[in-house]
Design a protein around this ligand. Structure first.
Ligand code: NAD
Length: 248
């Protein structure tokens, strides 16, 4: 039981095939209490109740600072602590650079980057008081390659920003016993990618992946489990690539 009695908040975790949902499920299997945050209260609660009575689903738009603080207050009010935050909520927009309008830029940076700031600011005072905590930021191979297949340049920028923010948090919060790390998934089959992959495109993509398959949400969930648990107790400011070797 790697996460016995740990209270674990995962944002963007209601989507059925998503990385967040798979992470919540794996955390629950390892004894953690999964707190599923997502835009829709009904979906978040349904996802949590599928895992069992110990878990909770709370509506929270990560771009709304007050909503982030309120969600964490609710968690700490009920469970007395918060041990793990997975900043997973994200959106993509497959736009070319010159087609990015201000509203596109705002929307993608708001969810992927501002949400990471707001949620982390909401949990850190509690983690500081506990003198322990693990925060994981979901970045992307798009940040490292300067482009993804579905993301768009503003998505790359947001995910690269998340990497920098995570390292800065790791540096500042280390003395408080709080670890902050990032995960950079490659191409993972979820709703973000689902339905958009033709057979031809898939063959083309697989040429660049030494392990010769696309990732699934569980591949990423296992990296989150490692970073959330004490198995990684001397690791902070690190980035784990979960991409089948795409960057070799
Ligand atoms: P997904 O669409 O299945 O899940 C994203 C979730 O975020 C959804 O449940 C959605 O409702 C939620 N969300 C969106 N905006 C939100 C907001 N403002 N507040 C709260 N929740 C919000 O996508 P996924 O593929 O599981 O992606 C999860 C994370 O992994 C994202 O950050 C994504 O950018 C990242 N990622 C995915 C891939 C991939 O290939 N699927 C690759 C690299 C990185």
């Amino acid at each position: 039981m790697l996460l016995a009695n740990k209270v674990c908040v995962i944002t963007g975790a209601a989507s059925r095939r998503g990385i967040g949902r798979a992470t919540a499920k794996l955390f629950a299997l390892h004894g953690g209490r999964a707190i599923i945050l997502d835009l829709d209260a009904g979906q978040a609660q349904a996802a949590a109740s599928e895992l069992g009575e110990a878990h909770r689903g709370i509506a929270c738009d990560v771009t709304d600072k007050d909503a982030c603080v309120a969600a964490i207050q609710q968690v700490v009010g009920e469970f007395g602590r918060v041990d793990v935050l997975i900043n997973n909520a994200g959106i993509t927009q497959p736009l070319k650079f010159m087609d990015i309008a201000p509203a596109n830029y705002d929307a993608v940076l708001d969810v992927n980057l501002r949400g990471t700031l707001y949620m982390s600011q909401a949990v850190i005072p509690h983690m500081r008081e506990q003198r322990s905590g693990s925060i994981v930021c979901m970045s992307s191979v798009s940040a490292q390659r300067g482009g993804g297949i579905f993301g768009g340049p503003h998505y790359s920028a947001a995910k690269a920003g998340a990497l920098g923010l995570a390292k800065a948090m790791a540096r500042e919060m280390g003395p408080d016993g709080i670890r902050v790390n990032s995960v950079t998934p490659g191409l993972i089959q979820t709703d973000i990618t689902g339905g958009k992959l033709t057979d031809e495109l898939k063959v083309e993509i697989l040429k660049g992946i030494p392990l010769n398959r696309l990732g699934d949400a569980d591949d990423v969930a296992r990296a989150c489990l490692f970073l959330a648990s004490d198995l990684s107790s001397y690791i902070t400011g690190a980035t784990i690539d979960v991409n089948g070797g795409m960057l070799i």
